[in-house]
Design a protein. Structure first.
Length: 108
């Protein structure tokens, strides 16, 4: 069974919180064989399930609640998932250009 099979088996109902964590986890490890090995081993431990990871994300949302509204951005969720499964930080990407886009940018 591949790590992706394990994740899928643990995801449960489509669009549930555990399913969402599983989808993001698949994206995080898709091109990183070392991360796939780590997550595969972790998923064999009940305390490292998608549901347990989702509890960490929910706790973060609850802690940062504003009135009756709580939100966790994709980047915040990724950080929590990476920490939960002991994965290294995402590779940094170059900063986006601050130059304004003009027609000349495209047609020069």
């Amino acid at each position: 069974m591949t790590v992706f099979d394990k994740i899928t088996a643990l995801q449960g109902e489509k669009r549930s919180p555990a399913w969402m964590v599983g989808e993001q986890l698949k994206d995080i490890i898709r091109n990183d064989t070392r991360a796939q090995e780590i997550v595969s081993q972790d998923l064999d431990v009940a305390e490292m399930s998608l549901a347990k990871c989702e509890e960490q994300i929910k706790a973060y949302a609850d802690k940062h609640r504003t009135g009756s509204f709580a939100c966790v951005t994709p980047l915040e969720a990724e950080k929590i998932i990476r920490e939960f499964y002991g994965l290294s930080e995402a590779p940094s990407t170059s900063a986006p250009s601050t130059s304004p886009l003009t027609l000349e940018s495209f047609f020069g």
